[in-house]
Design a protein around this ligand. Structure first.
Ligand code: FES
Length: 161
C-alpha cells in the first residue's frame, strides 16, 4: 500500500497536553485502508483514526454532540455521520456539516432547532426538562491528536497525564 498522507491538525484544534508528548505506535497503516475508521484506546481515552480522502488523522472517538463513538459512523470523503442523531462532521476541518436532529448550541453558542429527516414526521418542540437540556447541549469542536507514520506504523501522541 502507498503510504498515506497525514493531514495537518486544523488551526487551534490540537488536543491539550499533546504538544510535547512522545509518539506511540498504535496500528499498522495496513489496518486502516482508505475510507475506514478505527478506534484505539489508551486508559479512558478513545481515539478515532480516520483514513479520509484527504489523508490520515486522529481525533476523539466521541461525537462532539453527545459523545457517541464516531468509529461506528459512516465516513464519506472527509465527512463522518454520527450513528446517534444524524450529525455530520468534517474530520478534515473540524466543522459541523449538519447539526444533530436534537438541535442545541453550536460552538459559538448559536441555537439550532430540532429537525427530522424527510421520511419522518416533524416533532413539535416542547419545553420539558429533557427538551431544555437538549437545547442547552453544545456541539463542541473536535480535538485532534498529533499523528505520524514511521516504518509502516501509525503513531499518535497522547496527552501527558
Ligand atoms: S451524539 Fe452524535 S449527533 Fe448526537
Amino acid at each position: 500500500m502507498v503510504e498515506p498522507r497525514v493531514l495537518p491538525i486544523p488551526t487551534g484544534l490540537q488536543a491539550p497536553g499533546t504538544a510535547a508528548s512522545p509518539f506511540e505506535a498504535v496500528a499498522s497503516f495496513d489496518e486502516l485502508p482508505p475510507g475506514t475508521l478505527l478506534r484505539i484506546t489508551r486508559g479512558d481515552l478513545d481515539v478515532l483514526l480516520a483514513h479520509t480522502e484527504a489523508g490520515l488523522l486522529a481525533t476523539d472517538d466521541r461525537c462532539p454532540h453527545m459523545s457517541a463513538p464516531l468509529s461506528q459512523g459512516v465516513l464519506e470523503g472527509c465527512v463522518v455521520g454520527c450513528p446517534l442523531h444524524a450529525g455530520r462532521f468534517d474530520l478534515c476541518t473540524g466543522e459541523t456539516v449538519r447539526f444533530p436532529t436534537t438541535g442545541g448550541l453550536d460552538p459559538e453558542g448559536g441555537y439550532h432547532s430540532t429537525w427530522q429527516p424527510p421520511d419522518r414526521p416533524a416533532k413539535p418542540e416542547t419545553a420539558d426538562a429533557k427538551a431544555q437540556a437538549r437545547a442547552a447541549t453544545r456541539v463542541r469542536r473536535l480535538r485532534y491528536y498529533p499523528l505520524r507514520i514511521r516504518a509502516g506504523r501509525i503513531e499518535v501522541a497522547f496527552p501527558r497525564p
